[in-house]
Ligand binder design. Structure first.
Ligand code: SF4
Ligand code: MG
Length: 388
């Protein structure tokens, strides 16, 4: 499949009173068009910051300090080349999102990138009906497509889980009948029963699962190419979780959109993803296809996480606690060795001397930051039958 996103050497840092926090460290990841890419890791491993970096929503005191985020967008690339942009900004059909102007970046939000989060309440204004808010999102995206300069920065964040629009465009006169009809269609698409009636209800009249569906409808308002879903089902009970994941799979199949799914839940990864990156202390420490990572894990951290697999059902797929903690990520406390060494049962002398680089011999995409990748360590981890 064709690459849609290529992240190279991404570093995102937070400049705090206590020092510099390296939340995302030299991250490399490619995402193909139409695939579901997962990022899994413990909390504090940098997954959410990776998502925010991708959609350009890292807030002060954080910022992206290094790296390239190449996004395949031939139309924008052409425009840039015509206007004389150099090859720092474009690479064939790809554009480096970090090199675009603020206005160009804004115009991508909602229309090409959209997001859903764990807490749908944060996406909706409690005092405006659900249908109205989705209609507004549709309207904003329609206007933004027609004229990227038509809306200010605040309004264009809409579709990214904020309900700022309602305060920016409070007047119903902005919402046309067509947008309202589209909102009802979107509610129907995400499986809201009686969408015409439900469109006129307020967020508190929806159950948690229904509101999650409505948030997805809102995120789809601009027909995005990429949906970044950060723990989209974590707050839901197991049955509803499964329904929402099925909905995302169905929408993905119907629209061909690309999904970056961030979760701490291996069961969610196994159910949804084509490929997966395992994140630890701001780095992807292992990545590969689902089969690579689940059937042939190399990194002891991945293997530790997969230790939870036999208990997956009972534990709700939660990660196995591995003794010890993720390092603080404070720059001056980051050890000059493998970040996992303090917790690693396989640590060797070389692990304490230098941080490992990516390598898995004999595999094109499967790769890991661990010295074991280059040793004889090929023992396979058996998974329970019917796991996939
Ligand atoms: Fe463990 Fe060494 Fe691999 Fe780090 S590099 S995960 S310490 S074996
Ligand atoms: Mg998070």
């Amino acid at each position: 499949d064709e690459e849609l996103l290529r992240i190279e050497g991404l570093c995102t840092r937070f400049f705090t009173e206590n020092g510099q926090v390296n939340a995302v460290e030299n991250l490399d990841l490619t995402i193909d068009e139409g695939e579901v890419m997962g990022i899994v890791g413990e909390s504090g491993s940098g997954k959410s910051v990776t998502a925010l970096s991708l959609i350009d929503l890292v807030e002060s005191p954080g910022r992206i300090t290094d790296g390239r985020i190449w996004f395949r967008a031939p139309d924008i690339a052409d425009e840039l080349i015509e206007s004389g942009a150099d090859d720092e900004v474009t690479d064939g059909d790809f554009v480096d999102l970090r090199k675009l102007s603020e206005e160009q970046r804004r115009s991508l939000r909602g229309s090409r990138f959209s997001t859903i989060f764990q807490d749908p309440m944060s996406s909706f204004n409690p005092s405006i009906t659900v249908g109205e808010q989705i209609a507004e999102a549709v309207e904003v995206q329609r206007r933004a497509r027609a004229n990227p300069r038509s809306l200010d920065a605040k309004a264009q964040r809409y579709g990214l889980g904020d309900y700022v629009l309602s305060t920016v465009l409070p007047s119903k006169k902005y919402v046309t009948g067509a947008s309202r009809d589209r909102a009802v269609e979107l509610l129907e698409l995400v499986g809201i029963p009686d969408p015409v009636e439900r469109a006129d209800e307020y967020p508190h009249e929806y159950s948690g699962g229904m509101l999650q569906r409505a948030m997805i409808a809102q995120a789809l308002a601009g027909e995005p190419e990429v949906l970044v879903a950060d723990e989209p089902t974590t707050a839901l009970d197991v049955t509803i979780q499964a329904q929402i994941l099925d909905l995302l799979s169905k929408l993905q199949a119907e629209t061909g959109m690309t999904i970056l799914l961030i979760t701490h839940n291996l069961g969610v990864i196994a159910r949804m993803c084509d490929r997966v990156g395992v994140m630890y202390a701001g780095e992807i420490v292992e990545r590969g296809t689902l089969e690579d990572v689940f059937d042939h894990p190399v990194h002891p951290y991945t293997r530790g996480l997969l230790g939870s697999v036999p208990d997956l059902e009972g534990a709700g797929g939660r990660l196995q606690p591995i003794p010890g903690n993720v390092p603080s990520l404070l720059d001056h406390e980051m050890p000059d060795r493998c970040y996992f060494a303090d917790r690693c049962p396989k640590a060797m002398d070389e692990c304490l001397e230098h941080p490992p680089a990516f390598d898995v011999e004999g595999s094109e995409y499967h790769t890991t930051k661990c010295y074991l990748a280059t040793t004889e360590y090929t023992e396979e981890k058996a998974l329970p039958d019917g796991y996939f």
